[in-house]
Ligand binder design. Structure first.
Ligand code: FAD
Length: 415
């Protein structure tokens, strides 16, 4: 059985970044990462693959190459956590004792949550940028389509990068417009959400694109079933008189599945009522177990579930874990930064950046990049700067493009 200063569950964006940030602060720390996957993905790149801008290989690296060298890597799943005993049990039954634990297990994509979906994914025009192996299929469907009906969906649940379902759609529409086939393609956006985008500042510009591309926008309207061979999709819509189900034919269907928290959190007694890791929004420390911290998509915090959020969370969690190890008060605070570069047409994006208060918090001055308007600079940042920053900055513990978040939020500002 191993004993470590810090055990991290998950070697995705959050797990690797926080390990690197911790080691930058104190290289003598004994850290273990538990991660079963041999491949590390830059998931924001999958939208670029779906739009035909890069190959999927550019979004993945061997896990071995991104693991900080001083970390001990356990190549298996964590089975459960015993928070009162201070240990994690691995799939093999082995026990790892920790002084501090960081939970970074991300979200589970629940493909079975839509009836008939899994059987037909990758066939009959049914695709998703949320699976790396399918993003290239999205691109081939877009480039070969000249007429028919295209549906793009977003579930009712919280998802990774809430803008990504729309990005897939705008990239498709941009391609159809530039090839002169858009008048023959009937485009529909079906979202289980009640608003087009959760931060009102960015909605008018997005609505402008919905009109520009002549998209039929259906809100509070979630995909519930698919019949691939018959190319039909079933939706459940909320109306004033109750729920109503209806079905429509399609030629292309881009699906974003419902997301859920991994069972491990609930099984270990670390979850809130909805199954997410129950942390304090500012310190990212667990609400009940003070040696446990969370980072990334698994946290029940009200920020945009993005790698951009992880970039701001990693130094906060690293600082607070070190304070906890030294038994000092926590001194670093996260204010809910999240970002979503909304690719709205080929060559232009809107850099939506905001915090817990849903207020824009731009990293760049407005004369350089205005987040409320689509610009070539924001596109360049999405396609070239952010992937570079991810691999070379964030995963290596460099804190570039992170504003210092030292001051706690005022209580009345809390989400
Ligand atoms: P992940 O990176 O998903 O990592 C979780 C890790 O935990 C995985 O490696 C998994 O194998 C491991 N794990 C799970 N269970 C266990 C277990 N029991 N034991 C051990 N390990 C376990 N973000 C942006 O900032 N900008 C974007 O434009 C953007 N676009 C996106 C587009 C798409 C299509 C997708 C899917 C995501 C996008 N994101 C974007 C979101 C971003 O990728 C995530 O927010 C980020 O990866 C979250 O990091 P994480 O560490 O919480 O989870």
């Amino acid at each position: 059985h191993g004993r470590y200063d810090v055990v991290i569950i998950g070697g995705g964006a959050g797990g690797i970044s926080v390990a690197a940030s911790l080691l930058k602060r104190r290289s003598s720390l004994d850290i273990a990462i538990i991660e079963p996957s041999e491949t590390h993905y830059y998931q924001p790149g999958w939208t670029l693959v779906g739009a035909g801008i890069i190959d999927v290989e550019r979004t993945q690296r061997a896990m071995e190459d991104v693991m900080p060298k001083k970390v001990t890597w356990y190549r298996q799943k964590a089975r459960s956590v015993a928070p009162r005993r201070g240990w994690v049990i691995l799939a093999s039954g082995m026990r790892l004792h920790y002084r501090c634990l960081v939970v970074a297990v991300g979200m589970v994509m629940n493909w079975k949550g839509v009836e008939g979906l899994e059987e037909t994914l990758g066939d009959h025009g049914v695709t998703s940028n949320y699976r790396p192996g399918l993003a290239a299929y999205t691109c081939s469907l877009i480039t070969s389509m000249n007429q028919g009906r295209a549906l793009f969906t977003q579930p009712t649940s919280t998802i990774k990068c809430a803008g990504a379902p729309q990005k897939a759609m705008y990239m498709a529409c941009s391609n159809w417009l530039s090839r002169g086939v858009s008048s023959g393609i009937d485009v529909h956006f079906h979202s289980g959400q009640s608003v087009l985008y959760g931060v009102c500042e960015f909605v008018p510009a997005l609505e402008g694109y919905i009109q520009h591309y002549d998209i039929n926008n259906h809100l509070s309207d979630a995909l519930v079933a698919v019949d691939g061979p018959c190319q039909r999709a079933w939706f459940r819509t909320q109306t004033s008189t109750g729920d109503r189900e209806y079905d429509v034919p399609f030629d292309m269907l881009h699906v974003v599945p419902p997301h859920s928290p991994p069972w491990l959190i609930q099984d270990s007694g670390l979850a809130d009522a909805h199954g997410w890791l129950d942390v304090m929004p500012e310190t990212l420390q667990h609400r009940f177990f003070d040696t446990i911290f969370g980072i990334g998509d698994i946290c029940n915090t009200d920020n945009a579930k993005t790698a951009a959020a992880v970039r701001h969370q990693a130094p906060v969690v690293a600082e607070n874990v070190l304070s906890r190890l030294k038994e000092r008060p926590l001194s670093a605070f996260y204010h809910g930064y999240g970002a979503c570069p909304l690719m709205v047409e080929h060559g232009r994006a809107m850099l939506a950046e905001f915090d817990y208060n849903r207020k824009p918090v731009p990293a760049f001055p407005a004369w350089l990049v205005n987040g409320k308007r689509a610009s070539r600079r924001a596109w360049y940042i999405k396609v070239h700067v952010l992937p570079w920053l991810y691999w070379n900055g964030m995963l290596k513990g460099h804190e570039w493009l992170v504003q210092p978040e030292g001051e706690p939020l005022l209580r009345h500002d809390m989400p």
